[in-house]
Ligand binder design. Structure first.
Ligand SMILES: Cc1ncc(C[n+]2csc(CCOP(=O)(O)OP(=O)(O)O)c2C)c(N)n1
Length: 578
C-alpha cells in the first residue's frame, strides 16, 4: 500500500506551514528520526527534494541554493552527531543572512542525559548559527497543537525578519509507523509587516484591545481616536491600559456579566496593543482574529487568534489605517456606553466589600492624581468603575506579584511630589511589602487604602478556580488569619508611628463618615493609610451580585446564587435583594 503523510502532528504542522509559505526546497540527509518528515514530504509533489549524505555539505549546499534563488531552503537530518555537522554551513548562512531552515530530528528531548544511543543535547547552540531555535512538542492535545503551530510560524517568519538568516527547528519524533494521513491540518498562517510593506485590508468590524501600557503621548491618543472615528471602533481598556482618549471603553463590568449577551459589541478583528492585561473579564471581547502592533515585532499570541504582527510603533500603524476622508463615526462607542450605563444603573445594593468601596469612590479620586491597584481582587473590583478622565492608573500586572504593589506606588510617588498617589491593595499585599511604607523618602502625597479581609480573597471567590473548596480553602490556600488576624491596631500603630495619618472603617456607615478626608483634593500635611475591614463572605457576595446585574437583577442573582453560593450566603443575598 502506498504511504501518505505520517500521523505525527508536529510534522504535519511543519509541512502545512511550509506549503502555505511557498517553501518547497528540501535537502535531506539519511537517518531514522527524520523519517516521519522525509517520508511525508517525498510523497508530496509540492516539494523538491535533494539528497546529501554529509550534513556539513547539505548545509553548505543550502547556502548556495538560498543565495542563488533568494528563497528559503530546508535541510533535514537525524540524531547522533548529524546536526553538529550543520554548524559550519549555518555559520556561513548567519553571517550572510541566508534563509536556511535546519530541521534536526530527535527522539523525545526528555531522554537527553541518560546515556541513550544517539540522543544529544541541542538545547544550546552557538549564537551565530541561527537567528532563532525552537524545539517543537510531540503533539498530544490542543495545547500542544497551539504551541507547535506558533513555534513553526515563528521559525518560518524569522527566516526573513531583519534581513533574514538561518533558523533551527528541533523536531522530536515518536517513530510512528502510521503513514495513512491523507490531508494536512489547516494551520493558522501568521505574517509579519514592517513599515515598508503593503498592509492588508481591514475587512469587518474592528476594535482595539489595550493590555498594560506605558503612558500614551497626546499624538498617540489622537492617532487612535482618529482611527476609531474613521473605522467606527472602540478601545477596550482597563485601569492598566493608560488610554484616556474619546473612544475608551472600560468594558469589564459588561464583559463580566454571567448572563449578558455582548456579541453585538464584539469586533471581528481586534487590534492588540500593550502588554499583559489584568482585565481577564474582557478577554472574551477579542474578535475572531487578532492583529498585534508592537515595536518588538514578536509573535505574542495572547488570545490564541493572532494573524498578523505589525513590527512598528502604534502611531504609524493607526495613521496608515485612518482614511481622513471618511465621515467620523461613533456608533459602536455609543452602543457600548449605553450598555454600560444600563448595567451600571441596575447595580443592586451590594454588601460592604472592595467592589462596594470602588463603586463609592472610583469617580471621587481627585482630578490629576494617580492610582495603583493590588493584584488581583483590587484591580478587578475597581475595573468595574470608571475613574475621572484625568486620573492615571496602573498595577503590577507585568509579573502579577503581590510582593511589590506598595513599593511601586511609593516609587511613583517619589517621582512627582506635586501629585497625589492613591493605592488600593489587599492585606496580604500590604503585609508582604509593608517595610516600604517606612522608607525615609516617603512624602506627604500618599493615600493608601488597605482592604483587610484577613486572607487572600482571590483564591476564595466563588467564580474562581478554587472557590469550590469553600471554607477548606481558608487555612492554607488563602492564608487566613496571619498578621494579627484583622487586628484593629496593628496597621494603625505602624502607620501612626511612622507619622502617617490613619483612618479605618468596618461598615458602610463608618466608611461614609470618614472617606471624604481620603479623597480630598490637593496636598495634605501627611500621607494617609485608610484601612477598610471587610469579610470574605461579603466580598464573594458582592462579586457574584455585580456579575449578575441585568434588567431582571433579582432573577439573575437568584439563579447564580443557587449555582455558586453556600446556604449561608443565599440567606444573606435574600435579605439584601428581598
Ligand atoms: C509574590 C506572590 N505570591 C503569591 C501570589 C498569588 N496571589 C495572587 S492574589 C493573592 C492574594 C492576595 O491577597 P490580598 O493582597 O489580601 O488581596 P485580596 O485577594 O484578599 O483582595 C495571592 C497570594 C502572587 N500573585 N504573588
Amino acid at each position: 500500500m502506498s504511504k501518505l503523510y505520517t500521523d505525527e502532528k508536529n510534522v504535519l504542522i511543519i509541512i502545512s506551514l511550509l506549503k502555505a509559505n511557498g517553501i518547497s526546497k528540501v535537502i535531506v540527509s539519511p537517518g531514522t528520526t527524520n523519517v516521519a518528515f522525509v517520508a511525508s514530504v517525498q510523497q508530496d509533489p509540492f516539494f523538491k527534494l535533494y539528497s546529501a549524505v554529509d550534513e556539513r555539505s547539505a548545509a553548505y549546499m543550502a547556502c548556495g541554493m538560498a543565495h542563488e534563488t533568494g528563497e528559503p531552503v530546508v535541510i533535514s537530518c537525524t540524531g547522533a552527531t548529524a546536526s553538529r555537522n550543520y554548524m559550519p554551513g549555518m555559520t556561513e548562512a548567519y553571517y550572510r543572512k541566508l534563509p536556511v531552515l535546519s530541521i534536526t530530528s530527535t527522539q523525545a528531548t526528555g531522554l537527553v542525559g541518560h546515556n541513550i544511543g544517539q540522543i544529544i543535547d541541542r538545547s544550546k547552540k552557538p549564537n551565530d548559527t541561527q537567528r532563532l531555535s525552537v524545539t517543537l512538542p510531540i503533539v498530544k492535545d490542543e495545547d500542544d497543537f497551539w504551541d507547535c503551530e506558533v513555534k513553526v510560524n515563528q521559525a518560518i517568519l524569522e527566516l526573513k525578519r531583519g534581513g533574514g538568516g538561518p533558523v533551527h527547528i528541533n523536531l522530536p519524533t515518536r517513530y510512528s509507523k502510521n503513514y495513512d494521513t491523507k490531508k494536512l491540518p489547516t494551520c493558522r498562517v501568521m505574517d509579519r509587516f514592517t513599515v515598508v510593506d503593503e498592509f492588508p485590508e481591514i475587512n469587518g468590524k474592528v476594535g482595539i484591545f489595550v493590555g498594560a501600557h506605558r503612558q500614551f503621548t497626546s499624538e498617540e491618543i489622537d492617532a487612535i481616536d482618529q482611527f476609531c472615528a474613521a473605522n467606527d471602533a472602540v478601545v477596550f481598556c482597563d485601569h492598566t491600559s493608560s488610554f484616556n482618549g474619546k473612544y475608551r471603553v472600560g468594558y469589564a463590568l459588561a464583559a463580566s456579566q454571567m448572563k449578558g449577551d455582548m456579541s453585538e459589541d464584539k469586533p471581528d478583528i481586534t487590534i492588540h496593543i500593550g502588554e499583559v492585561t489584568g482585565d481577564y473579564a474582557s478577554i472574551p471581547m477579542v474578535g475572531k482574529e487578532v492583529w498585534r502592533v508592537s515595536p518588538d515585532g514578536e509573535l505574542r499570541d495572547t488570545f490564541k487568534k493572532l494573524k498578523y504582527i505589525f513590527e512598528m510603533d502604534e502611531k504609524t500603524f493607526f495613521e496608515r489605517y485612518t482614511d481622513k476622508s471618511k465621515a467620523p463615526s461613533d456608533g459602536s462607542l455609543k452602543r457600548c456606553q449605553k450598555r454600560l450605563e444600563e448595567i451600571r444603573n441596575s447595580v443592586p445594593n451590594i454588601p460592604f466589600s472592595n467592589v462596594w468601596v470602588a463603586s463609592r469612590m472610583a469617580h471621587l479620586i481627585p482630578e490629576g492624581s494617580v492610582i495603583h491597584f493590588g493584584i488581583l481582587n483590587s484591580l478587578r473590583s475597581w475595573n468595574f468603575f470608571d475613574l475621572p478622565q484625568s486620573v492615571t492608573s496602573t498595577a503590577n500586572v507585568g509579573g502579577f506579584g503581590i510582593d511589590g504593589s506598595l513599593s511601586s506606588l511609593i516609587g511613583a510617588s517619589l517621582a512627582n511630589q506635586k501629585k497625589t498617589f492613591f493605592g488600593v491593595i489587599g492585606d496580604l499585599s500590604f503585609f508582604y511589602d509593608m517595610n516600604a511604607l517606612g522608607n525615609r523618602h516617603v512624602g506627604n502625597n500618599l493615600r493608601l487604602m488597605v482592604v483587610n479581609n484577613g486572607k487572600g480573597f482571590e483564591m476564595r471567590r466563588t467564580d474562581g478556580l478554587v472557590g469550590h473548596f469553600e471554607e477548606q480553602a481558608d487555612d492554607f490556600i488563602c492564608a487566613l488569619g496571619h498578621f494579627g488576624n484583622k487586628s484593629p491596631t496593628l496597621v494603625k500603630n505602624y502607620a501612626q508611628d511612622l507619622g502617617l495619618k490613619y483612618i479605618s472603617a468596618s461598615s458602610k456607615e463608618e466608611f461614609d463618615s470618614v472617606y471624604q478626608e481620603f479623597v480630598v483634593k490637593g496636598a495634605s500635611d501627611e500621607s494617609m493609610v485608610f484601612e477598610v475591614f471587610t469579610n470574605g463572605d461579603d466580598e464573594s457576595l458582592a462579586l457574584d451580585m455585580i456579575r449578575n446585574v441585568s434588567r431582571d437583577s433579582k432573577k439573575s442573582v437568584k439563579v447564580a446564587a443557587r449555582r455558586l453560593l453556600s446556604d449561608k450566603q443565599i440567606k444573606t443575598i435574600k435579605k439584601i435583594i428581598g
